[in-house]
Design a protein. Structure first.
Length: 233
C-alpha cells in the first residue's frame, strides 16, 4: 500500500519520457521531410539560368529563412507537442504565394497552374508556422501528383472554415483514403516519399479540433477537404 503512490509516479514519469522521445523522433522526421522540399527548391533556383544574380540571391535567402523557421518550429513541437503551440489567426494569401513560387520551380517540367478561389484577405485560424507547414505539405503533395492543375477553395460559415485542395492527378484509391493520414503510409508505393506529409497535416488539424478527409475531385484527381473551427475571441 505504501508503494502504490510511488509506483504511480514512476509510471507517470516513464509515460512522459516515452511521449517526449516519440515527439522528438517525429519532429526530426518531419523536419527532414520539410527541409527536403526547400533543398529541392534551392537546387531548382540554382539551375535557373533566367534569373538575374540579385534575384537569385533574394530567392535563395528566402529559402534559407524558411529553413531556419522550420527548424525553430519543429524544435518547439518536440518540446511542447502540437497541442502546446500558440494558436492565432494568419493570412493565407502570402503563404500560398510563397509556396507557389517554390513549387513551380521544383515541378517546372509540369508547368502546373495553381488556381485559388478565396478572398485574398482571408485569415485562417492557424498560427503562421502551422499554416506554412500544413499548406506546404498539402500543396507539395498536390503538385507532385497533378497533371497540370491545382485548385484551392476556401468557404466559411459563422463557426467554421472549409478548405478544399484539388488536383487533376490519379486521385486516391478508396481503400487508401483513411490509411494515407497514418504516419509512414503512402498512397502510391511507386512514388518517392516517406509517407510523412499527410500525417503531419492530420496532426496539425487535429490539434485545432478540425478534420481532414479525401474524396474524388471534379478535376478527376484527389480533393482534400479540411474543416477548421473558428477561434473564440
Amino acid at each position: 500500500m505504501e508503494l502504490q503512490e510511488v509506483t504511480k509516479a514512476v509510471n507517470r514519469l516513464n509515460r512522459i519520457s516515452s511521449d517526449q522521445k516519440v515527439r522528438y523522433r517525429h519532429a526530426m522526421d518531419d523536419l527532414a521531410h520539410s527541409l527536403k522540399t526547400r533543398f529541392a527548391a534551392t537546387n531548382a533556383l540554382l539551375d535557373d539560368k533566367t534569373l538575374e544574380r540579385h534575384e537569385l540571391n533574394q530567392r535563395i535567402m528566402e529559402q534559407i529563412s524558411q529553413m531556419d523557421d522550420l527548424v525553430q518550429y519543429q524544435l518547439k513541437r518536440a518540446m511542447v507537442g502540437q497541442q502546446g503551440l500558440q494558436k492565432s489567426n494568419s493570412q493565407l494569401m502570402p503563404v500560398v504565394n510563397s509556396l507557389s513560387l517554390m513549387l513551380s520551380k521544383i515541378y517546372a517540367d509540369k508547368q502546373a497552374q495553381l488556381h485559388y478561389h478565396f478572398n485574398e484577405n482571408v485569415m485562417l485560424p492557424l498560427n503562421k508556422d502551422d499554416l506554412m507547414e500544413l499548406f506546404g505539405n498539402m500543396l507539395e503533395n498536390s503538385f507532385r501528383f497533378c497533371i497540370s492543375q491545382v485548385h484551392i477553395t476556401v468557404t466559411e460559415t459563422n463557426t467554421h472554415f472549409t478548405i478544399k485542395i484539388e488536383d487533376d492527378g490519379p486521385g486516391v484509391k478508396l481503400d487508401m483514403r483513411e490509411a494515407i493520414f497514418q504516419r509512414g503510409v503512402r498512397s502510391d508505393q511507386l512514388n518517392p516519399g516517406q509517407g510523412i506529409g499527410l500525417s503531419v497535416c492530420n496532426e496539425i488539424i487535429d490539434s485545432y479540433q478540425g478534420a481532414i478527409y479525401v474524396e474524388e475531385s471534379p478535376l478527376e484527381g484527389a480533393a482534400f477537404i479540411i474543416t477548421l473551427p473558428k477561434l473564440n475571441d
